[in-house]
Design a protein around this ligand. Structure first.
Ligand code: ADP
Length: 470
């Protein structure tokens, strides 16, 4: 099978650029090894693009990257508009943040159609297309309209919410109907898959049997494929990184304090305000912890042109400075707050330096930082993961300290418990999490989805003539 993987952005336009974002970080190692072509936006836009697309192709291990310029006229409406101001908030159960302009949906569909036309040049007789994430819900339908009968799979990296919440997205029926052009639709968790199937049944009146839905497009199989990480590579990287200057400087600066770490894109789904409030609450209720602990919060700016993100960045900066002002001393600050990216190697070393990993999103498809933190630990002296029960990763990492990120007192107590946890308990919890990570690596995820895509298409498209109109 000759695999063409499609995502909004590919891993990097330039070598050695830090990767921020779970999808890019996850796909890079598997695309490198599998020989797939990975197609996505170059991050540049062009005027006057309509039918023809421009792609810069770069070798990537056994595979290749194809970087595409997107049409300038539609990019804003597609990316900042419909994808990130309608779909992203709704998919993370924040329908209160949905904000769309009149033409955004049309721009979203136009960019999906543009991408479909661009993909035709990569089509060979044995090609299978694997489309990633919420930017391209309707790309499969556009490919079918161009006559493509090859297998087309789709994987959603974010959660899929309940019917009422997705129902707040303009044109939701149109979009979900378009998704049924995919042979295989993959989700991170059982809840996401069940919510999607529930929508198909109750909103669209479709019949589902064993996760297979029949529509006017034929059959689509819906299934769960929790994404993983390259565990061994990450563990090795973390061990090596302890001598990296950024990491050894951090260690030297600690003067015996224990470190907690948070690493996130600056996004309202990540629960950053609640996390800082919990750290504040912990220091207020247990003042003996002052000078003995520090939180290193890396929050990389993301989607800064969208108002909700700009507002969050200001709110967080103010909150951190308020907490530091109230609890800090001349030679100690409770929170070190950084707005920048780091290479994977440095990140791995920072995770390993921290006794506690704090990963407390309000909603998250999977959350790869949680998995990376675990993989990066020193087996002889591992740290403790404090994890939101609303991250997809909580289904697998059950021996983390699971918290409700809306409950600030509970989170404050969990962080304090993590700091004081004895070695035997830390090791027991960590070993159980590592077994889960090793059983579900990124390589396994890639292989499972590719195999399921081949199987799904073999059984799905033979029955188009008996199809039921949606
Ligand atoms: P999301 O995809 O919503 O950003 P994930 O936790 O699933 O969330 O993935 C985030 C990915 O981005 C991880 O692989 C993490 O290592 C990487 N990342 C996050 N922040 C930074 C940063 N400041 N520098 C480099 N990589 C980062």
């Amino acid at each position: 099978m000759n695999l063409v993987v499609v995502s909004n952005r590919v891993a990097r336009a330039r070598a050695n650029e830090p990767l921020t974002g779970g999808l890019a970080a996850a796909l890079l190692p598997v695309v490198e090894k599998s020989g797939a072509i990975w197609v996505g936006s170059s991050g540049r836009v062009r005027d006057g693009l309509h039918k023809d697309s421009f792609a810069e192709v770069q070798a990537l291990g056994a595979g290749a990257l194809a970087l595409l310029d997107l049409p300038a006229a539609h990019y804003g409406g597609y990316y900042e508009g419909f994808a990130n101001s309608a779909l992203w908030p709704a998919l993370h159960s924040r329908s209160d943040l949905i904000h769309v302009s009149r033409d955004d949906y049309q721009s979203y569909r136009e960019v999906n159609a543009f991408m479909a036309r661009a993909l035709m040049r990569f089509r060979k007789p044995d090609t299978a297309f694997w489309i990633q994430d919420y930017h391209f819900l309707s790309l499969g339908a556009e490919l079918r309209d161009l006559g493509v009968r090859h297998p087309i799979g789709f994987f959603l990296h974010t959660p899929w919410p309940t019917r009422a919440i997705i129902g707040a997205v303009p044109h939701h029926r149109d979009l979900v109907e378009a998704m049924l052009a995919y042979d295989l639709i993959g989700f991170q968790t059982d809840d996401d898959c069940e919510n999607f199937l529930g929508y198909l049944q109750s909103e669209l009146g479709l019949k589902i049997e064993d996760g297979v839905v029949t529509s006017r497009h034929g059959k689509s199989r819906c299934a769960v494929f929790p994404i993983g990480i390259d565990v061994e590579k990450f563990a090795l990287q973390a061990a090596k990184a302890s001598s990296h200057p950024d990491v050894s400087r951090l260690r030297r600066s600690l003067h015996g304090e224990q470190l907690a770490i948070g690493v996130d894109r600056l996004d309202y789904s990540k629960g950053l305000v609640n996390r800082i409030n919990a750290f504040d609450r912990m220091l207020t209720s247990q003042p003996a912890l002052k000078r003995t602990v520090t939180l290193l919060q890396i929050a990389t700016p993301s989607r800064g042109t969208i108002e909700a993100y700009g507002n969050l960045q200001s709110e967080l900066a103010k909150l951190v400075s308020d907490v530091n002002g109230r609890h800090g001393e001349t030679d100690w600050m409770p929170i070190r707050y950084l707005n920048r990216g780091y290479s994977q190697t440095v990140l791995a070393g920072l995770y390993r330096t921290a006794r506690v990993g704090v990963v407390t999103p309000l909603h998250d498809g999977m959350n790869l930082v949680a998995k990376e933190y675990v993989a990066a630990q020193n087996p002889a002296d591992p740290g403790v993961l404090v994890l939101s029960k609303f991250a997809g990763a909580a289904n697998e990492l059950q021996t983390a300290l699971l918290v409700n990120p809306h409950e600030i007192d509970g989170m404050a107590r969990a962080i304090a418990t993590a700091f004081s946890m004895p070695l035997t308990e830390r090791r027991m919890r960590w070993e159980a999490m590592m077994r889960k990570l090793r059983a579900g690596t990124i390589q396994q995820w890639f292989a499972d989805f590719s195999d399921a895509l081949e199987d799904a298409q073999a059984s799905n498209r033979t029955v188009v003539s008996e199809s039921v109109a949606v």
